[in-house]
Write a protein that binds this ligand. Structure first.
Ligand code: TYM
Length: 321
């Protein structure tokens, strides 16, 4: 079973990325043949600063390794080290109906949020299809916002198979973990950089405290019971707390007598404790000069060997070269 997923290096990773994609992906690295990559070609649609992009790539690699990605168990690489993705993307784009891309909601969302409406942004799902199909992936662990893109990938694969021969591409399945399909941000909307509501994975203690204590709450008095539904404090606490601590916080909401300040303090402690071991590992990785470059170089070599093979099969089928 081949598992594949990617993350964009377009800023600091947040706990939505962690619980929505990284944690499920980390579990799956023990269950199959996993390929995880840093989608830097995709990030060019929003990051137009070479120095910044390079540093985001590095930070993302460090963070993913710190969270438990094991380069002996899976292939971890940078997308732009495998330029075959771009060639396949072009081939796929020639059979991708415009309507399929026009229906993608993320293009419209991103433009509405101020990202430049470029051709690359519009064609983004085709490059994503190439990322997935070039490794003959079976399963793609993602958060809910990427589901439509995996469905587009399936549609493109079906069209390629109908046009150039059945069996040319495997049809991948999205794998979405229901409980963390949409991790809420500080304001209760989906956690996303463009909503400015994120909790970065490795936020420093001072800014982390400021963010958590600044979560907007209603004006229910301390003594009164508090609503459980729609509480982003509770939803976030559920991700990091033990079941008994979470149940205790729910009970304190229902019974009243405990204020929001107290709930926020528990959430802050929960997040700090949950990520503490990863933070320690992160410091070790940063101190180990050359480690990240070595991992990415080895990953690129392995990924490229697979990608080249698929691309040559596709070139053959479509009549190139
Ligand atoms: P990206 O970088 O926006 O997000 C990376 C992963 O994090 C998930 N995610 C969330 N999950 C739950 N709740 C949230 N609030 C939340 N925010 C983000 C995303 O669903 C995603 O799984 N297009 C992709 C990168 C990509 C890719 C691929 C993924 C490029 N090629 C091929 C899979 C396969 C993206 O922008 O993810």
């Amino acid at each position: 079973m081949r598992i594949l997923s990617g993350l964009q290096p377009s800023g600091r990773l947040h706990i939505g990325n962690f619980f929505g994609m990284m944690e499920p992906a980390l579990k799956l690295q023990h269950e199959g043949d996993a390929y995880y990559f840093i989608a830097d070609y995709h990030s060019l649609t929003s990051v137009h600063d070479g120095k910044a992009l390079r540093s985001y790539v590095r930070e993302l690699a460090i963070d993913f390794l710190a969270c438990g990605l094991d380069p002996d168990k899976c292939v971890f690489f940078r997308q732009s080290d495998v330029p075959e993705h771009c060639e396949l993307s072009w081939i796929l784009s020639t059979i991708t109906p415009m309507g399929l891309l026009e229906r993608c909601t993320s293009y419209k969302d991103k433009v509405a949020r101020g990202i430049q409406a470029s051709h690359g942004l519009f064609a983004y799902p085709v490059l994503m299809a190439a990322d997935i199909l070039i490794y003959d992936s079976d399963i793609v662990p993602v958060g809910k916002d990427q589901k439509q893109h995996v469905e587009v990938t399936r549609d493109i694969a079906i069209k390629m198979n109908e046009t150039f021969g059945e069996g040319l591409f495997k049809l991948p399945q999205p794998r979405i973990q229901e409980a963390t399909a949409v991790v809420p941000g500080l304001d209760g909307q989906k956690m996303s950089k463009s909503y400015d509501n994120t909790i970065p994975l490795f936020e420093e203690p001072g800014p982390l405290k400021k963010k958590i204590m600044g979560i907007k709450t209603d004006s229910t008095p301390v003594e009164a019971p508090k609503p459980v539904e729609g509480s982003s404090i509770l939803a976030l606490y559920k991700l990091v707390a033990s079941q008994s601590d979470y149940d205790a916080m729910v009970a304190d909401h229902l019974n009243g007598g405990v204020g929001y300040g107290d709930f926020k303090k528990r959430l802050l402690q929960g997040i700090t404790d949950y990520f503490a071991p990863f933070r320690a590992r992160r410091d070790e990785i940063i101190a180990d000069k050359g480690y990240v470059d070595k991992v990415l170089a080895e990953g690129a070599e392995k990924a490229r060997a697979v990608a080249r093979k698929t691309l040559s099969r596709v070139r053959d089928a479509v009549g190139l070269g």
